[in-house]
Design a protein around this ligand. Structure first.
Ligand code: MG
Length: 172
């Protein structure tokens, strides 16, 4: 019996749009602009969901929750992340920790980090101590620097109890 550790990486970006609420890390953040997207456009939870699915070598969120599917219009991305967690657990993995970065010129993210950590922890059934959320600006460079949108990156680690020694490769 050995413990197999895997990690996955996720990235997402959405452009600002008028008339939409800004939802980041499962938290409604006061701002004059929201983000465009089929769901609630929560870039942080989307990056985390992709990292989580990637850790289990499962297809990405666009595969599981296609933007052409009317069921996901304005969807609360917490529900997508909960479903992604269910898929990963069904594949035999248990999430261990999350670390995410929000990349935005505005608004200020720091005041909302505790609530984001709590929301993310609840979706993945983790202790809040296993969830890191950090924020940075892009120093005025690129699309984030021009305040055209928000990007997010995430990494997720999972473990799986395995009855045989695994050195790599795929196991179904
Ligand atoms: Mg997205």
């Amino acid at each position: 019996m050995s413990l197999v550790t895997r990690c996955g990486i996720g990235y997402d970006a959405h452009r600002f749009a008028a008339g939409r609420p800004l939802v980041l890390g499962g938290v409604r953040v006061p701002h004059p602009l929201g983000l465009a997207g089929h769901s609630d456009a929560d870039v942080v939870l989307h990056a985390i969901a992709d990292a989580l699915l990637g850790a289990a070598a499962l297809p990405d969120i666009g595969y599981h929750f296609p933007p052409t599917d009317p069921r996901f219009r304005d969807a609360d991305s917490r529900n997508l992340l909960i479903e992604a967690t269910r898929l990963v657990v069904a594949a035999g993995f248990v999430p261990q920790n999350v670390d995410a970065i929000v990349i935005a010129e505005a608004p200020r993210i720091a005041p909302h980090v505790p609530a984001m950590r709590q929301a993310i922890a609840a979706c993945l059934d983790l202790d809040i101590g296993a969830v890191g959320v950090k924020a940075t600006t892009n120093e005025g460079m690129g699309f984030v620097g021009r305040d055209e949108g928000i990007a997010a990156m995430a990494i997720v680690t999972v473990i799986r109890a395995d009855s045989r020694s695994v050195t790599g490769g795929e196991r179904s």
